[in-house]
Design a protein around this ligand. Structure first.
Ligand SMILES: C[S@@+](CC[C@H](N)C(=O)[O-])C[C@H]1O[C@@H](n2cnc3c(N)ncnc32)[C@H](O)[C@@H]1O
Length: 258
């Protein structure tokens, strides 16, 4: 694991490293996590998103990647318009190839190129754990949402998927348990997620997310911590012992201005 300047990491520096890594690894994401390749999307994220999009009409998908959730949103009854944004050119090009009818723009979460109140629904799926400017990005989500609009927010579970967390099978003391890393410390890292694939991550405790959301008029109305789905466990049998430890956190938030 590399660690880009942990003592006083500047958002801009981290973003520069991150954007280069996302450009270099866009194909890894497209091949491994889209078009049916990934059981967590197929069995968990996609069905949950379809359910949560009931009643939505105008949708923004932040960090759309190659656009799989934007394409999905457009198939949900009642959804009339979908826009996807992503700062990675390699993702935007592929998103446009895969669905020329959808509008995809190169943009990043903390500077959204839309007027106030443009959408009734914003989606962000496995994106905010890669964004340095959390406050800027959340305040933009709130700004572009209409009053009573909803934010469908998917994260790698920030408590249980902390850096250095994992299943421990300690034969000496005869105990098995899930180790949690340094949960309260915000940590920026570049992780080798598989051979030669480096991805930037930012760990933050849950209260940082929730307080930033509340500070921006986004209030929790629903939460899910689903167990890892069967298809994932079949591909990662070492996780069977830890099958009661969620990998995903889903939050539904409503914009309410008092
Ligand atoms: C793990 S992929 C998820 C893609 C998509 N949301 C999905 O679920 O298929 C993370 C995406 O976040 C994008 N991303 C990284 N930094 C971002 C930022 N500051 N603003 C918006 N998107 C960002 C990356 O380019 C990448 O496409």
């Amino acid at each position: 694991m590399m660690d880009p300047d942990q003592s006083s990491p500047l958002d801009d520096e981290f973003d520069e490293i991150a954007s280069e890594l996302w450009e270099n690894n866009a194909k890894w994401w497209q091949d491994g996590f889209t078009r049916g390749a990934d059981p967590e999307y197929e069995e968990q994220i996609i069905p949950l998103l379809v359910e949560q999009l009931a009643g939505s009409r105008s949708v923004l998908d932040i960090g759309t990647g190659e656009g799989q959730l934007s394409r999905l949103a457009l198939t949900v009854a009642g959804v009339e318009s979908v826009v996807g944004i992503d700062p990675t050119w390699e993702q935007i090009f592929e998103a446009r190839n895969r669905a020329p009818r959808i509008s995809y723009l190169k943009a990043e979460a903390a500077t959204l190129p839309f007027a106030d109140g443009s959408f009734d629904t914003v989606i962000a799926c496995l994106v905010f754990e890669h964004i340095a400017d959390l406050t800027g990005a959340i305040s933009e989500v709130s700004r572009v949402l209409q009053e009573n609009g909803c934010f469908l927010f998917f994260l790698n579970h920030p408590l249980l998927q902390t850096p250095n967390s994992g299943w421990i099978d300690d034969h000496i003391i005869g105990e098995q348990y899930w180790r949690i890393g340094k949960y309260l410390e915000e940590e920026r890292s570049v992780e080798e997620v598989e051979k030669d694939i480096y991805i930037p991550f930012i760990h933050r405790p849950l209260h940082t997310y929730l307080n930033t959301l509340c500070d921006n008029s986004l209030f929790l109305t629903h939460i899910e911590e689903p167990p890892p789905p069967k298809g994932f466990l079949d591909k990662a049998p070492e996780y069977y012992d830890a099958a009661s430890i969620p990998r995903l956190l889903f939050l539904r938030l409503k914009k309410i201005q008092f």
